[in-house]
Design a protein around this ligand. Structure first.
Ligand SMILES: *[C@@H]1O[C@H](CO)[C@@H](O)[C@H](O)[C@H]1NC(C)=O
Ligand SMILES: *[C@@H]1O[C@H](CO)[C@@H](O)[C@H](O)[C@H]1NC(C)=O
Ligand SMILES: *[C@@H]1O[C@H](CO)[C@@H](O)[C@H](O)[C@H]1NC(C)=O
Ligand SMILES: *[C@@H]1O[C@H](CO)[C@@H](O)[C@H](O)[C@H]1NC(C)=O
Ligand SMILES: [Zn+2]
Length: 956
């Protein structure tokens, strides 16, 4: 076949013989399977037909525990799988497989527990597996086997005991369904040239490897995997390592792809794919083969080129940063049409959603490109941190994900040095984490190992706190240790635990050692002691600096000032806070705030003080009024003196302190005055997010007119500036983040009615309608232009947008249109669009709830969406109510604008009326909505009038 990457010739021959045996066995297996099926015999059993476990009491038996006992340790697996990409006689897509695992007995036992879920296992003499001893040891006979559904084990009880230090081979044959459930080994379908294509792909994290083959499915149970795939001649099989392909004379239409052994690794990082995808490739300086795989058309259109271009510098960056070579000999990355998460760091075959790997210069925006570089950098960072060294259990997920979420910006910055990537962390991690971590419903980063057991408890760990707070806290740690010390500790940690697993305190130990070995780095406490306060208690402090006295104090920051914190903390919600700060243009020595309050050394009390310099710390800052005034006047007279991320953070802190009733709202509003002179992206984005919250609060009240007038005034210079530097909107600004600011300028100018803006967008859209095959609107501006044109237009514009949505072949373009269609102000169009969300032919099931969310954020759509969801509650509950993350999002989206007593009473009635059906995974979201609405009503009662007056006086 000539398309393999050859493992050694010697190995290849041996492998060929083994594969031939595997192939024959698996073919025999499927023949037997089909024959037995037709006879309806019970040779293949599933859980319900298998023998009943001997003890039925909900006991403390080992098979009732979610964690594997420490009696056995896997060495390697030999797995051969054969996915069928056509339906079988029963209309089902299936795969067959044979698998063996060599394991060592660590402690004497007569019990084998191995994970297996939804697999039909072949019976051998009445048992689901065969066991043989190695090197002369005789294995005890199997007494009985059964499935323990709840804990997803295949339980094997033996007549005698396994001997410590001895190895055994456990062999199974099985059939599984190749379902479209996005879990384990599954199938995905897409259209190409009018033809339906089917591919077989995997997603093992966190607990789905057991759905592909029986395995010890815990991250700490590392082993070597020999994977073989059998598939049709015209498809390609991919897995983690290089491969060797051959065809057997017996079955000339099939081929066998044998993959070389993996490194010692965790089951959740396994991957394999069978598809007819195409690739582009390059070799890096050290000979590592890099390939980007995708649908044929996407590769031909060059959509993989950008990912290929950035992969090499990113790998190079991480090799330097970790001071460790890339652990594998190849790096495949593949874009999948149907993928549940954004991407998955399988070790050597990273999987992505199409929007996270593919970039089409013709139709994709600058923001789409940035998403590719950050996601690729995140996943490649895991190749070392997470894959080479793996956290022993899921309770430490925050360290794995928080770490990758932090260093993704470093890798992306190396690949795209002019994009201000490092600064953007404050928007995408720090502020995001602040938003959830300031609620009483937050939780600490780190959880105890025994608190995380079931698959759903494990899935819960994948949340904003783990990713974004984890990133923000690790960034702070790296900054107060300094990057060289952090990197040194990190590299030693990787060296010690390579191919093994660790717990988070192991990293702290190595960082501490690096501190101890570096003269000049002094910490007030050990790394452990400092970090415990950030990871073992939820929340974060607001630091208050009183420049009149030099007093510095800390307090747990809560968005609702009267909220009661139920959760106890052994540290009383106090932190060891590293405060970097400056006095008028001069950076000062870092201050460690180690108690409730401390002192800052201020000589001249008339100069402004700025704390949390470069926003390296995970805390908010408040000042005495005098210092706020000095900062405001500095912003207005020369904002460049204050670092750009601090300008953004001043805005965000002020608005959130005002929402928490810590400072007067007029003070927060005044931080937006200097925006007249601001041209940078990060402060504008921070302002926009906070102003959007205001829009939603006030766009149905008399405050709105004055607010519009004020913002129109503030954004006008920005709009004109971008008109100028883009030759009247015909060229693209050269700076990367300037292109983002340009979008803000256009969207805010149009929504506040700056002269010339709406005409501009209307004309662009009209041109497109006149010539649908030639979309003249620049990809960067499409979201904004589509939304504005559809909002200003009627049925004709909407229907055109709908047609284009249905025709869109690039995923990013379809998302832009789907969200823009929700911008119309015409009620019957919105209602019809809502109806479409119940029809999967029109709006795909995975997109339904987010579409309703878009509609609910429209001022006209809000009440329509609310009525619609209530009227169809049973349907939505049935479709999305169990477990899915999008359901709680739906509830928070449709109630996001609520701020009146009437809406609160509706919300409470809704809760009562549906108490019986329940709210499933949206239960907490509903409680939060009630809590937030209550707080908003109270806040508005006190602040609406001052806000109104302020906008009136400023817009005059
Ligand atoms: C198991 O087999 C029983 C009886 O054949 C069948 O009713 C049931 O649906 C099967 N369950 C699964 C999970 O396949
Ligand atoms: C598993 O596969 C490897 C590689 O093909 C082979 O060397 C080994 O003997 C196999 N083990 C068993 C028990 O079949
Ligand atoms: C597993 O066995 C059950 C019961 O015989 C059957 O209903 C199901 O379809 C089988 N699954 C596969 C993938 O063959
Ligand atoms: C906020 O300040 C304004 C004027 O500076 C004042 O009118 C208003 O009462 C203050 N609001 C609160 C809640 O203190
Ligand atoms: Zn990750």
């Amino acid at each position: 076949m000539g398309k393999g990457y050859y493992i050694s010739r010697h190995l290849a021959t041996a492998a060929m013989v083994l594969a031939a045996i595997a192939l024959l066995t698996i073919i025999a297996l499927s023949v037997v399977y089909n024959r037995e099926k037709s006879k309806n015999a019970a040779k293949f059993t599933n859980a319900t037909t298998s023998p009943v476990p001997p003890t039925q009491k909900t006991s403390n038996e080992p098979w009732d525990k979610y964690r594997l006992p420490d009696t056995l340790s896997p060495e390697y697996y030999n797995v051969t799988l054969w996915p069928r990409l056509v339906k079988n006689a029963n209309g089902m897509y299936i795969f067959t497989g044979i698998s063996g695992v060599m394991f060592t007995c660590v402690k004497k036992t007569d019990l084998i527990l191995i994970h297996s879920n939804k697999l039909n296992l072949t019976l051998f003499k009445g048992h689901h597996a065969k066991l043989t001893g190695q090197s002369g040891v005789t294995a005890p006979a199997i007494k009985t086997t059964w499935f323990q559904m709840e804990t997803q084990y295949l339980v094997i009880q033996l007549e005698g005991k396994l001997k410590p230090g001895k190895s055994y081979w456990l062999y199974t044959e099985f059939t599984g369904e190749l379902a479209d459930d996005l879990e384990g080994f599954y199938r995905s379908e897409y259209m190409e040239d009018g033809e339906k294509k089917i591919i077989a792909i995997t997603q093992m994290q966190a607990t789905y490897a057991r759905k592909a083959f029986p395995c010890f499915d815990e991250p700490g149970m590392k082993a070597v995997f020999h994977i073989t795939l059998i598939h049709d001649l015209e498809t390609t099989a991919l897995s983690l390592t290089n491969y060797f392909v051959f065809v057997l004379n017996e079955r000339p239409n099939l081929c066998v792809t044998i993959f070389g052994p993996t490194k010692k690794m965790s089951t959740y990082l396994i991957a394999f794919v069978v598809s007819d995808f195409k690739y582009i490739s390059a070799k890096d300086k050290k000979g590592v083969l890099v390939r980007i795989w995708a649908r044929k058309k996407a590769i031909e259109d060059g959509q993989g080129n950008y990912a290929l271009k950035i992969t090499q510098p990113i790998l190079e960056f991480f090799e330097k940063y970790y001071n460790t070579s890339y652990p594998l000999s190849k790096s495949d990355q593949i874009a999948l049409p149907d993928f549940n998460s954004g991407a998955m760091e399988n070790w050597g075959l990273v999987a992505y959603r199409e929007t996270a790997l593919l970039y089409d210069p013709q139709t994709s925006a600058n923001g789409n490109k940035q998403r590719v570089v950050t996601v690729v950098s995140h996943e490649l960072a895991h190749m070392w941190f997470g894959n080479l060294v793996t956290l022993k259990w899921w309770n430490d997920l925050w360290l794995n994900e928080g770490f990758a979420s932090y260093v993704e910006y470093l890798g992306a910055d190396y690949a795209e040095p002019t994009w201000d990537m490092k600064d953007q962390t404050i928007l995408y991690d720090l502020q995001r984490a602040f938003a959830v971590d300031s609620l009483t419903s937050s939780h600490p980063l780190s959880r105890k190992e025994e608190e995380v057991n079931t698959p759903s408890e494990i899935s819960e760990m994948f949340n904003t706190i783990s990713y974004s707070k984890g990133a923000a806290v690790l960034k702070m740690l790296s900054e107060f240790l300094t990057e060289p010390v952090f990197a040194k500790g990190l590299s030693n940690y990787l060296k010690q635990f390579a191919f093994g697993s660790s717990v988070y305190t192991d990293l702290w130990d190595h960082l501490q050692k690096a501190v101890d070995q570096t003269p000049g780095v002094k910490l007030p406490y050990s790394v452990h002691e400092i970090m415990n306060r950030w990871i073992l208690q939820m929340g974060f402090p607001v630091i208050t600096i009183d420049t009149r006295t030099g007093n510095v104090s800390q307090k747990h920051f809560l968005l609702e000032p009267e909220a009661v914190v139920d959760r106890k903390s052994e540290f009383n919600y106090e932190w060891f806070v590293p405060i970097k700060w400056m006095k008028k243009q001069q950076v000062q020595d870092q201050l460690w705030l180690l108690q409730k309050s401390g002192t800052l050394n201020l000589v001249n009390k008339n100069e402004w003080v700025l704390a949390n310099l470069h926003v390296s710390g995970y805390f908010r800052v408040n000042y005495d009024l005098g210092n706020w005034e000095r900062l405001l006047s500095q912003l207005e007279s020369g904002h460049q003196v204050i670092p750009v991320v601090n300008r953004a953070q001043i805005l965000d802190d002020a608005f959130n302190l005002a929402r928490a009733s810590i400072i007067n709202i007029t003070l927060a509003l005044r931080t937006t005055k200097y925006l007249l002179h601001e041209r940078k992206y990060i402060p504008w984005e921070a302002a926009l997010r906070n102003l959007n919250y205001f829009f939603q609060l006030f766009d149905r009240s008399e405050v709105y007119g004055a607010m519009q007038a004020y913002l129109k005034k503030q954004v006008k210079p920005l709009f004109e500036y971008f008109g100028n530097i883009s030759s009247n909107w015909t060229a693209v600004p050269s700076g990367h983040t300037d292109q983002f600011t340009q979008i803000i300028a256009l969207s805010l100018a149009c929504s506040t009615g700056v002269e010339g803006c709406r005409e501009l967008t209307r004309n662009w859209f009209k041109k497109w309608m006149q010539n649908p095959h030639n979309n003249v609107i620049h990809p960067n501006l499409r979201s904004t232009v589509y939304c504005n044109a559809i909002a200003a237009g009627g049925a004709e514009e909407w229907n055109f947008g709908w047609q284009m949505f249905q025709k869109a072949t690039v995923a990013a373009e379809a998302v832009k249109l789907r969200s823009a269609l929700a911008c119309t102000k015409v009620p019957w169009l919105l209602n019809r669009y809502l109806e479409y969300t119940m029809n999967p032919e029109k709006i795909r099931k995975q997109d339904a709830t987010s579409t309703i969310g878009y509609i609910a954020s429209n001022i006209i759509g809000q009440s329509l969406a609310w009525d619609f969801v209530r009227a169809n509650w049973d349907y939505f509950f049935k479709m999305y109510g169990t477990g899915s993350f999008s359901f709680s999002r739906l509830i928070s989206d449709i109630t996001y604008r609520f701020c009146t007593p009437f809406e609160l009473s509706q919300l409470k009635r809704f809760q009562k009326d549906n108490a019986e059906t329940g709210f499933g995974s949206g239960t907490r979201a509903l409680q939060q909505a009630i809590e937030k609405t209550t707080a908003k009503i109270k806040w508005l009662a006190e602040n609406k009038e001052p806000v109104h007056q302020w906008f009136l006086s400023e817009s005059a």
